[in-house]
Design a protein around this ligand. Structure first.
Ligand code: FEO
Length: 172
């Protein structure tokens, strides 16, 4: 079943996920400019994950016979005042994405589009992790209150983050 409201909403989500990648790329650039390579690595991995999320929606759209229509990606914030500000923004952005995916789920239920509802379940679970990850780093940054030694400890920890390609059921 093709429902134009659902197709449009899925298309919008492709754009939102690519915007997420763009926003996090700007955050990566900020940390690279400060030589905080662990933080930069954290966002490098995050960018790759967001690309996977976007392509997941794109591939699903194609599979259900809905044409993906690519819109322009808006300019992200490029100037930041501190690592804490970045993680506050990143957490807020993830909460926005969670709401957006919940709205998609509401549409799929409203129109009884069960296959899209099942497809979206992966993303609903993923958003728990996305908010948790940003929130955990934010809490650590609040604890150290700008202390340099603490910042370098967090930087070393974030340098360990590895990219694992997402396997999204229904999107391959
Ligand atoms: Fe694609 Fe960070 O949610």
């Amino acid at each position: 079943m093709k429902n134009e409201k659902m197709i449009q909403a899925l298309n919008d989500q492709v754009n939102k996920e690519f915007f997420s990648a763009y926003l996090y790329l700007a955050m990566q650039a900020y940390f690279s400019s400060l030589n905080l390579d662990g933080f930069a690595n954290y966002f490098r991995v995050q960018v790759q994950e967001e690309r996977d999320h976007a392509l997941g929606f794109f591939n699903y759209l194609t599979r259900i016979g809905g044409k993906a229509t690519l819109a322009g990606i808006k300019e992200p914030q490029n100037e930041f005042s501190s690592p804490q500000e970045i993680f506050e923004l990143a957490l807020k952005h993830e909460q926005f994405i969670t709401q957006s995916i919940s709205d998609l789920m509401d549409i799929s239920r409203e129109i009884k589009d069960h296959k899209t509802e099942i497809f979206l379940q992966w993303y609903i679970s993923e958003q728990v992790e996305e908010e948790e990850n940003m929130g955990r780093v934010l809490n650590k940054l609040k604890l150290i209150k700008g202390d340099g030694a603490g910042l370098f400890m967090i930087d070393s920890e974030l340098a360990q983050r590895l990219y694992v390609p997402a396997v999204i059921p229904g999107a391959v």
